[in-house]
Design a protein. Structure first.
Length: 306
């Protein structure tokens, strides 16, 4: 297994405040990696350190085989990564194309290479309709497409995205998200992102949850769901007293809200046998799968550092 990112005992102090408290993790090359945490958990601080924009206090970071802060390595790291931050770095007065080409030139790409890379990013991000427009006149979603294109013009091995879909309307969010996923799948690029949208984290290969500068959970979305979320069944009885008796007889943990009973399940399949026995007095039911939202809320409520 090849790792695109390796972080060991990373710490970051802001004066007296320890914002990142000795975290360690690895990101497999070509994977989609989601870095989660509530506001102030230390996500942006970590991402800025990995992107060479912020000095770490201690620990070791290796990006694409280059060790951060070692002689002339930070320049190599910068050449091998692309970064999209919440705040755009494009010039409002230049067109989208000018912005991207200008960026490509700073990497010293040949004319032919630059033209080829531009074609690549333009196709992926559907720039045809906006490439001659001044960046400052674009909508939020169009700006995001241009931001990602700029980050990709030198064809980096890793793309860092800090909340790439925040503030976008649902349709644009879906487009941006699909593009990111497609890039990762088709070009084997490693994608490292922070997000507050749990449905995005749910399709990541690996997830880390940060809380107050510490890693409090990590694993695949499926693993995290089995650890921190559970399936539920919503039931409506046409005979309430029979329903209550049945719940008691089966020693089921439940809550009731306006005649809808929510029952915690050991597993999705557990629903089958339960439903069979409740059939005579059951009016309707729904099985609700545990989600990444449940995982996040559960961890935020009680997660202790691992
Ligand atoms: P968000 O989801 O809101 O972007 P985050 O997880 O990215 O949050 P960081 O921005 O990394 O969190 O902040 C981590 C902690 O470090 C917070 O307590 C924050 O107040 C503090 N912090 C961040 N930048 C600085 C700074 N320049 N000086 C002092 N403290 C800082």
């Amino acid at each position: 297994m090849t790792f695109a990112i390796q972080v060991e005992h990373l710490q970051k102090h802001y004066g007296e405040h320890l914002a990142v408290k000795g975290i360690s993790f690895k990101v497999e090359q070509g994977s989609l990696f989601a870095f989660l945490g509530a506001n102030g958990a230390g996500k942006s601080t970590t991402i800025e350190i990995l992107c060479t924009l912020l000095q770490k206090s201690s620990g070791t970071v290796t990006i694409n085989g280059y060790t951060l802060d070692e002689k002339s390595m930070n320049g190599e790291i910068r050449k091998s990564i692309g970064v999209v931050f919440q705040q755009s770095l494009l010039d409002e007065r230049l067109t989208v194309r000018e912005n991207i080409i200008h960026r490509g030139k700073t990497y010293g790409l040949s004319r032919a290479q630059l033209a080829e890379n531009y074609r690549f990013v333009s196709t992926y991000l559907h720039l045809e309709d906006i490439e001659q427009q001044k960046y400052g006149t674009l909508s939020g979603g169009q700006k995001r497409r241009a931001d990602i294109a700029r980050a990709l013009i030198h064809r980096p091995k890793i793309l860092f995205l800090d909340e790439p879909t925040t503030g976008l309307d649902p349709q644009t969010r879906q487009f941006v998200w699909q593009t990111i996923k497609q890039l990762q799948e088709e070009t084997n690029m490693t994608v490292f992102l922070t997000t507050h949208y749990m449905e995005e984290a749910a399709v990541a290969h690996q997830v880390i949850v940060l809380k107050q500068g510490r890693i409090v959970a990590e694993g695949t979305p499926d693993f995290l769901k089995t650890q921190y979320a559970y399936d539920q069944m919503a039931l409506v009885f046409h005979d309430r007293s029979m329903g209550l008796k049945w719940l008691k007889d089966n020693t089921l943990h439940f809550t009731e809200n306006q005649g809808i009973f929510s029952v915690r399940l050991d597993s999705t399949m557990h629903a089958l046998s339960l439903l069979k026995s409740a059939e005579p007095f059951l009016a309707s039911f729904e099985v609700i799968k545990g989600s990444m939202d449940d995982v996040f809320l559960h961890i935020m409520a009680q997660g202790d550092a691992i």
